[in-house]
Design a protein around this ligand. Structure first.
Ligand code: PLP
Length: 223
């Protein structure tokens, strides 16, 4: 069904919205099946799982990291990662920068914002992001590039709430673009929208949707 799922999602996808297939917990064979159907962009939320899949699968796959990243795992993904969606502290960004320098790479990153009402989710608020972007430490980072923002809405059936949270993230993006990235054409991504809420996210200006179960089916969290 993976091929059919991809085809029906892509048929309705506006141009300018990138589909990231979130393959976490799914076997290599599922990723290969999606790849064979033409999908080249995948996302994972565990560093070692992403490294292992990267090693096993075709090298033209673009791997996006979407999970909470521990500093001691950065080294496993920096050599090949296409985009880290989940920068939620200055300390983490600094550590990615240091690893990028070691590997002679500029690592593309998004700042993750806490837009949900749940307190369990990770992310910065606007003031923290501004403090980070204005810091001397940030000005001395030459091996990371901030390409936009990412956020996860509250897990709820309340569509008005989800819409409000995505609008908030778009507003944060606009503020940062205006105040810090006006001259930076690479600052252009708003990563928002998952299997249950991506239609709302697209209406609210998402440029990257991250879909797992909609493509691969429900995940088995017991493994
Ligand atoms: C798991 C995950 C997704 C995909 O979730 P689905 O509901 O299966 O589409 C998207 N983004 C992040 C950050 C995730 O961890």
């Amino acid at each position: 069904m993976i091929k059919e799922n991809l085809a029906s999602i892509k048929a309705k996808l506006p141009t300018g919205v990138t589909l990231i297939a979130i393959s976490k917990t799914k076997p290599i064979s599922d990723v290969q099946e999606a790849y064979d159907a033409g999908q080249l962009v995948f996302g994972e939320n565990h560093a070692l799982e992403m490294r292992d899949k990267h090693e096993a699968l075709p090298k033209d796959i673009q791997w996006h990291f979407v999970g909470h990243l521990q500093t001691n795992k950065i080294k496993y993904i920096v050599p090949f990662v296409a985009l880290i969606h989940s920068i939620d502290s200055g300390r983490l960004l600094e550590a990615v920068d240091a690893e990028g320098k070691k590997r002679d790479r500029i690592v593309d990153c998004l700042l993750q914002f806490h837009i949900a009402s749940e307190t369990t989710k990770f992310g910065l608020d606007l003031d923290e992001a501004k403090a980070l972007l204005e810091s001397e430490t940030f000005k001395n980072m030459h091996n990371v590039r901030i390409c936009g923002v990412m956020g996860m809405a509250t897990f709820t059936d309340d569509e008005a709430e989800i819409q409000k949270e995505f609008k908030n993230l778009h507003g944060i993006y606009d503020t940062l673009k205006q105040e810090y990235f006006g001259q930076a054409p690479y600052f252009k991504e708003i990563s928002m929208g998952m299997s249950e809420d991506y239609a709302i996210a697209i209406e609210e200006g998402s440029t990257m949707i991250r879909l797992g179960s909609k493509i691969f089916g429900a995940r088995n969290y017991n493994i």
